[in-house]
Design a protein. Structure first.
Length: 347
């Protein structure tokens, strides 16, 4: 019996009740892959239930090499792009009775590295890192090393990003989607464009910018005006204000490299008395849920963000302990034309 009526039952009590060794009781309760006969495992679980034994989660983590948690590291919690990815990760994790925790890097590669280092000590079952790679940050090698150590200890790693690091990666067809958007806008009668883009070291922004230029190439249209700004709603607002101050008589449509930038730009245009969709076309990328709630509804490139999160989770759970680098899984994109880019009359 355990020590007194008010003392919680211990693992020794469970082992004694089940008639097995403490080591066998521990393995049966912590899910270790080492062999435990099914009849012994059943007796241990029954004894634990009878005594009201609650296992120590930290001890279980050490015994298993991980907890039943999934750690999702995102760039920005306020961006609906990452909220949709998190929803997909959560849905897939729930099917395996795993709990998702989220850490926010605030767009900082250094913070991202610090988070991963901390997570290693917490032993989550899976680490998923979502967010654009940033060229020249100087943290890529250190991040890869931290993730390799974590994986060697039995963890599973998946990225939702560019395939730069030697781990399974879910990628987005940024270039192809932006190129198809340019073609669609040309088909709608637009010929003179401005591009609101983040600094080129942010790979997602650069890929979308380059894809849009590729879609215009060879069509005989002027080179787009490029306005560099933050990869945020505030960045889009500030860039659109600069465009209005400059004068936009030579711009028929604006392409912002993500939807939150595009929505910020639309707000800035309205504040300046410029009507989006009528006085100037606006298009974004990602097709976040609020793209259909703004007025006018936003033309965008749809990305299956929830499915990207779920796919990352499935990739993680399909890995075995010896899994190495795997081929990237690319998520397709498609253009959705809405009222923010009305079809223009033929010249």
């Amino acid at each position: 019996m355990h020590d007194g009526p008010n003392s919680p039952p211990t693992l020794h009590d469970v082992a004694r009740e089940a008639g097995v060794s403490v080591a066998t009781a521990s393995r049966a309760l912590n899910g270790s892959t080492r062999n435990v006969r099914s009849e012994n495992a059943s007796r241990v679980r029954a004894a634990a239930a009878k005594l009201g034994y609650q296992p120590h989660l930290s001890a279980q983590a050490i015994a298993r090499g991980s907890t039943r948690t999934v750690a999702l590291v995102v760039r920005d919690v306020a961006d609906p792009y990452f909220s949709a990815i998190a929803a997909g990760v959560g849905r897939a994790a729930e099917a395996d009775r795993l709990i998702v925790t989220m850490a926010v890097a605030e767009g900082s590669p250094e913070r991202e590295l610090e988070i991963v280092r901390t997570l290693r000590g917490q032993r989550p079952r899976v680490i998923i890192v979502a967010g654009s790679r940033v060229d020249g940050a100087g943290t890529g090698d250190a991040l890869a090393e931290e993730l390799r150590h974590y994986r060697t200890a039995g963890g599973r790693v998946v990225l939702i990003s560019q395939p730069d690091l030697p781990f399974p990666t879910v990628t987005i067809d940024n270039r192809g989607g932006a190129e198809r958007l340019a073609t669609a806008l040309l088909g709608a009668g637009y010929r003179r464009f401005a591009v609101l883009t983040a600094p080129p070291e942010i790979r997602t922004s650069r890929e979308r910018h380059e894809g849009f230029l590729a879609g215009l190439r060879g069509c005989g249209v002027p080179e787009p005006l490029v306005i560099e700004t933050g990869f945020t709603r505030e960045g889009g607002y500030e860039a659109a204000r600069r465009l209005v101050t400059r004068g936009f008589e030579d711009v028929e449509a604006v392409f912002a490299v993500n939807d939150v930038m595009a929505i910020g730009a639309m707000t800035a245009f309205r504040d300046a008395g410029v009507v989006p969709g009528a006085d100037i076309g606006v298009a974004g990328f990602d097709d976040i849920a609020s793209a259909v709630d703004v007025v006018p509804a936003l033309t965008s490139v749809a990305v299956p963000l929830r499915e990207a999160g779920a796919r990352a989770m499935r990739l993680a759970l399909s890995q075995d302990e010896t899994a190495g680098a795997e081929s990237s899984a690319e998520m397709p994109t498609h253009v959705v034309l809405r009222d923010s880019t009305h079809v223009r009359p033929a010249p």
